[in-house]
Design a protein around this ligand. Structure first.
Ligand SMILES: *Cc1c(COP(=O)(O)O)cnc(C)c1O
Length: 414
């Protein structure tokens, strides 16, 4: 890995070699490490022109900026280079000048987590591990299991009691050993941690594994390239553990460092009001105060965010803002994102759209701005929540009795 210069602790600032596996040896589990690269060398290779000529339409097109060997075997399934589409009707509804949606629900297992898990399995293979483990509220798990399956690695997954059925089903389909922990995500996380230590499995938990965020940052790299290196004013990202938002910001920062982009966008971090410890840290200046999470957006229902510091630092550095939205606003955003843009977002993904709308209403995001909302997961992953947002279909008999009345009521006919 010639292009990595070391791993730096975000807490104490010490620099380590890549022989350190997870967190800072001095600070312990709170000492999250950040991968640093030789940007001078990378800048010579990764240019606007060289990227434009690349035929690799996945996030591996940025391989020099990823912590994997040039010849490493990567999963064959599709990860990254997800569509960035303009959504004019939704943009008008939200009140911004121009809105883009980056649809990461289109990744192989249906969420942005594939960006991280794909790097995780490559690292597991590199370290000659045959088992990868992960604790997750759902998406990181299904993604870890899917990527592991595609690489022929076994996966052991710890999910909290409340993980939605479709996500758990995905795990089983991918052949994972699924352990439903009778407790919270926090408890599942702890049990996974202990099990990895005990049995020597590779730990995919992005909170402690420094390499996974390197996969997540490719969402930022792609937005930059897809907008032909013109930064939008704002990029809205929902926040649970805080790893995604920190990753996306790192991507933009690197594009600036490499001279590929002149300025970086501001980042809007959005949390569900019932699970908003990161917003609280952002406002108070820390330290973290643990909360009991209550929100329909299961993927961001995190009471003890491991990456709160990285997330807060990212948003501050980006000159951005943090905002909270209610579950009703999230359900509403699921409805209008589907109706106005044709994209089915899971609750945690619609949270970014809801946050953007609120930020416009509060005057944080200007009405003429260009904004990107990161759709982090596909709505089919949690159909139950979606049904809470939209209700039931109309029942009609095969003869069509009552049909006209319904169509008139819906103003399909008059
Ligand atoms: C994991 C996840 C997030 C948030 O990412 P964090 O790194 O936990 O902040 C947002 N949306 C979806 C769909 C996710 O799965």
């Amino acid at each position: 890995m010639g292009l990595i210069t070391g791993l730096r602790c975000v807490f104490c600032g010490r620099l380590y070699s890549t022989r350190v596996a997870y967190t800072c040896p001095q600070c312990g589990v709170t000492g999250i490490l950040d991968v640093e690269y030789d940007y001078r060398t990378i800048a010579r290779v990764l240019t606007r022109r060289s990227l434009a000529a690349r035929r690799e339409f996945s996030h591996w097109r940025y391989r020099e900026l990823m912590p994997v060997r040039a010849d490493a075997t990567v999963p064959d399934v599709a990860v990254g280079w997800t569509p960035l589409t303009v959504a004019p009707a939704l943009g008008r509804h939200i009140g911004v000048g121009k809105l883009f949606l980056k649809d990461d629900g289109r990744n192989a297992t249906g969420s942005l987590k594939d960006r991280a898990s794909s790097v995780g399995v490559v690292k597991a293979r590199e370290k000659r591990k045959t088992i990868i483990a992960c604790a997750s509220t759902g998406n990181a798990a299904s993604s870890c299991a899917g990527m592991a399956a595609s690489m022929g690695i076994r996966s052991v997954i710890f999910v909290p009691e409340r993980a939605p059925e479709p996500k758990v089903t995905q795990l089983l389909i991918f052949g994972a050993t699924v352990l439903r922990v009778q407790g919270s995500y926090e408890q599942a996380f702890q049990l996974c941690q202990k099990s990895c230590e005990r049995w020597g499995w590779y730990n995919r938990n992005s909170a402690i594994n420094p390499y996974l965020v390197e996969g997540k940052k490719t969402a930022g790299l792609e937005i930059g390239e897809q907008l032909t290196w013109q930064a939008p004013d704002w990029v809205a990202v929902s926040v649970g553990d805080g790893c995604t938002i920190a990753g996306v910001w790192k991507g933009f920062r690197e594009l600036r460092t490499l001279g590929l982009m002149e300025r970086a966008p501001r980042i809007l971090g959005v949390q569900a009001a019932g699970a908003a410890p990161v917003t609280a840290c952002f406002e108070s200046g820390g330290p973290l105060e643990v909360v009991e999470p209550h929100t329909i957006a299961d993927s961001i229902a995190v009471g003890v965010p491991r990456n709160w510091k990285k997330a807060v630092m990212a948003v501050k550095e980006a000159g951005g803002a943090m905002i909270n939205v209610s579950d009703d606003e999230i359900l509403d955003a699921m409805r209008y994102t589907g109706r106005l843009a044709g994209i089915f977002a899971e609750p945690a993904a619609a949270t970014a759209v809801a946050g953007l709308r609120r930020a416009v209403a509060e005057g944080i995001v200007g009405r003429r701005s260009t904004a990107v909302a990161l759709i982090t997961g596909n709505g089919l992953k949690d159909v139950q929540s979606a049904r809470a947002a939209v209700g039931a279909p109309f029942e009609v008999s095969p003869e069509g009795s009552g049909l006209e009345e319904i169509l008139r009521q819906r103003k399909v006919i008059d």
